[in-house]
Design a protein around this ligand. Structure first.
Ligand code: 5AD
Ligand code: SF4
Length: 477
């Protein structure tokens, strides 16, 4: 009888990618995936510790499994991801039914950890070294990922894939746990990245999303040869089958001209940049140790708009960071008004143990104030997103079709029409009534309505078979 695995993933794209690798690895060892934790003999939680809320969510869902473990003591429960690296054995204290804890740099050890837990060994812990617990080389090695294994079944769309080009982060923003949980910044070797991209293209990937915490700071040196993100884009651009290249997340300070020129000159590279500003106030940016001022960010925005006009830019903001006054917050509001981001993710500051802010700056903005600032900034951003999406009304745009949307709507005729979803080159989400045959193709969709986060369209030439929408065919726009 096959062994059954249930895996729950929260957090960022890095975590989704890690889960994909772990599943691929365990499938090779004869595991089958189940979406019912009660049917599984191995349960894995891939966790996030960027904000406290994410941690509570994990403890909450693990609580549900406590009873299950009491009734089925054979089930093996493992915790992976950033919380595993951050809390290590503390997890066993808070959740005694957990059998093993494994950091993001030790994922290849999961099959062994499961076996050892099964054979009655004590609780298992496998984590990377802390930032002061060895030489830089040793620390780096202990955070390396095992990326070549891929499992298309684990992706939300088989036509879209993440590819990690960088591990870790060296920026040490004062609020952030990532430099501790993911270790030192390391650019993966370009040859490895290219080989992985070719495997993905062979598996049917059309859109490749390159991942790094500060992806545009990517750098790899081999002898005298230095590879930057712009060089990597040139290399990946040549791969047949890959039609779109995106990369997240960018660090504003490292948005160099060579990269802007690569985006301008390489048609497969999407005119879309996620460039978190975090705050519009220099006072707050300095306390966050973001490494730039609003003036530097502004200069960067001017360069982007001059070099690649029309590029969609999105952002992240933290509201209620230590010492943030109404005046500081108003500066974030002014920045959202000025830059009219395509969308912004807005977070309430959450103090994280082990960070510089937790050690040195009081978390002094009351909860209700954080909540109100969050709502106000989000309302403004949504208003801007919706207004700016209106320019697409009546336009026909090329959409890379991902598949049926999560909210599958049956057509009133009862036919095979379902709600399909995909993204534009500039990363806007589009939905329309279509059919499964369209999946994986580049399809011209005419937009008739727009909300803050979605464009609604229809496909005029739906009666024509998918072959005319072949990716190599001339495109309508
Ligand atoms: N509290 C709130 N938001 C945070 N982020 C990172 N750390 C924290 C924290 N301690 C946000 C930042 C980052 C995004 C991924 O999460 O905006 O860009
Ligand atoms: Fe965290 Fe700052 Fe690194 Fe982003 S750049 S992962 S916010 S430390």
């Amino acid at each position: 009888m096959p062994k059954r695995l249930y895996i729950e993933t929260v957090g960022c794209q890095m975590n989704m990618l890690d889960s994909e690798m772990v599943v691929a690895n365990l499938r090779r060892q004869g595991y089958e995936l189940t979406n019912q934790p009660q049917q599984a003999d191995t349960v894995l939680f891939n966790t996030c510790s960027v904000r406290q809320q994410a941690e509570e969510k994990t403890y909450g869902s693990r609580g549900k499994l406590k009873d299950h473990k009491q009734r089925h003591p054979d089930v093996t429960i493992g915790v992976m991801g950033c919380m595993a690296q951050k809390d290590q054995q503390l997890i066993f204290g808070r959740a005694p039914y957990v059998d093993f804890v494994v950091g993001p740099g030790q994922l290849q050890e999961i099959p062994r950890l499961i076996e050892e837990s099964r054979s009655g060994k004590e609780k298992q812990l496998a984590v990377g070294l802390g930032r002061r617990d060895g030489s830089l080389e040793e620390i780096k090695r202990s955070h390396e990922t095992f990326d070549p294994l891929r499992d298309p079944d684990m992706r939300s769309s088989p036509y879209q894939a993440y590819l990690r080009i960088q591990i870790g982060c060296d920026k040490f923003c004062t609020y952030c746990v990532v430099p501790n949980t993911r270790g030192p910044e390391q650019g993966r070797a370009p040859e490895q990245i290219e080989a992985e991209a070719r495997v993905l293209a062979d598996q049917g990937t059309r859109e490749l999303i390159l991942l790094g915490q500060t992806v545009n700071s990517y750098r790899h040196q081999s002898g005298d040869t230095i590879t930057r993100l712009s060089d990597l884009l040139v290399r990946l651009h040549q791969i047949d089958g890959i039609e779109r290249l995106k990369f997240v997340t960018n660090y504003p300070r490292d948005m160099t001209d060579d990269l802007l020129h690569a985006i301008r000159d390489l048609p497969k590279v999407s005119p879309y940049l996620h460039l978190p500003l975090q705050s519009g106030s220099n006072r707050v940016l300095q306390r966050m140790k973001r490494g730039y001022t609003l003036e530097i960010y502004d200069e960067m925005m001017t360069r982007i708009r001059e070099t690649i006009p029309g590029t969609a830019i999105s952002s992240d903001f933290i509201v209620g960071f230590c010492g943030e006054t109404e005046d500081d917050f108003d500066k974030s509001v002014a920045a959202v008004n000025k830059y009219r981001f395509k969308n912004s993710f807005i977070f309430k500051y959450s103090e994280r143990p082990g960070t510089k802010a937790a050690d040195q700056l009081p978390d002094d903005v009351p909860r209700e104030v954080k909540q109100r600032r969050n709502q106000d900034l989000l309302a403004l951003q949504n208003q801007i997103s919706e207004a700016d999406n209106q320019v697409f009304l009546g336009r026909t745009i090329d959409v890379l079709v991902e598949g049926p949307s999560k909210r599958e709507l049956r057509h009133p005729s009862g036919g095979h029409v379902i709600q399909m979803t995909g993204r534009t080159h500039c990363d806007r989400i589009v939905v329309w009534d279509g059919n499964q045959r369209q999946a994986g193709h580049l399809l011209p969709v005419t937009i008739y309505d727009a909300s803050a986060h979605t464009l609604f369209g229809h496909v005029v030439t739906d009666h024509v078979g998918p072959e005319i929408f072949d990716l190599n065919a001339p495109q309508t726009s």
